[in-house]
Design a protein around this ligand. Structure first.
Ligand code: UDP
Length: 248
């Protein structure tokens, strides 16, 4: 019989998405436990835009809530939790969590597969990541513009990774993880949006001072103005939190 995974953290509800109230260290501890037990657990990293999307789409909200680990990716979600009167400990940015996880994988000789991005991006990311984390074993890569999901699942399983980064953007990556959870022979997988572009160096992250002042969204908006429509979900999310808190 399979050992059941029984690590429980307090969940905090932010407009229907149940976040794990964890620090980066606690998220890493939890992941280390999930890596030791059987079953392909998946982790999601919703930001405020994604929570707003889940507010309009119950099936997407369910996909997020069924994850083994739900990390608050961004200051918007933390702000929402404060407005709702149940503050989260803080943000655990997906890209920073991935960085910590790769440090752990390199130290512990565990294998990683990178899925997503345009052709060539995952390979470039693997090269940079192996330089940054000496000893990191990237056992395979595939771009995110495939036609046959099943063929990709088989390709991943052939490479026998323990961890899988699924970087297809939301909600495609969450749907992929859920749909193939039973067939994927990995221990842990995580949806990381456009992170591979960042690791490959084709999309730069905001300067540190902007990240510190929670202005990463502004940097992305200046660099990628077509994101404005999507970003308008952030103020709508904050307003929705305020309205909900007032009603309660
Ligand atoms: N992407 C992909 N396959 C697709 C659609 C998107 O691999 O069918 C990749 C895209 O190349 C980009 C990432 O998914 O690297 C989405 O990035 P985005 O910044 O939009 O996602 P976010 O981090 O905002 O969720």
């Amino acid at each position: 019989m399979q050992e059941r995974k029984q690590v429980c953290f307090l969940k905090i509800d932010v407009m229907g998405v149940q976040f794990d109230n964890v620090t980066m260290e606690e998220a890493m501890e939890r992941t280390a436990t999930l890596l030791k037990t059987p079953g392909a657990d998946y982790c999601v990293t919703p930001n405020a835009e994604i929570v707003y999307e889940a507010m309009q789409d119950a099936s997407f909200a369910r996909l997020l809530n069924e994850a083994a680990l739900v990390l608050p990716d961004g200051a918007g979600v933390v702000l929402g939790s404060k407005i709702l009167g149940t503050p989260l400990k803080g943000k655990v940015a997906g890209i920073e969590f991935a960085d910590a996880l790769m440090g752990y994988l390199a130290e512990n000789g565990k294998t990683l597969y990178l899925l997503g991005g345009k052709p060539g991006i995952a390979e470039l990311a693997a090269e940079n990541l192996q330089k940054k984390h000496p000893g990191l074993m990237v056992c395979g890569t595939a771009d995110g513009y495939f036609k046959e999901e099943q063929a990709v699942v088989e390709k991943i399983n052939e490479a026998k990774p323990e961890v899988l980064f699924v970087c297809l953007g939301a909600p495609k990556q969450e749907k992929f993880m859920k749909a193939h959870q039973k067939e994927l022979e990995v221990k842990f997988m995580i949806g990381l949006g456009g992170s591979l572009d960042g690791f490959a160096g084709t999309v730069k992250r905001a300067p540190r001072w902007m990240i510190r002042l929670n202005l990463e969204w502004l940097y992305r908006l200046i660099k990628e103005p077509w994101r404005l429509g999507r970003m308008m979900r952030l103020p709508k999310f904050v307003l929705a939190c305020k309205r909900y808190a007032r009603k309660r």
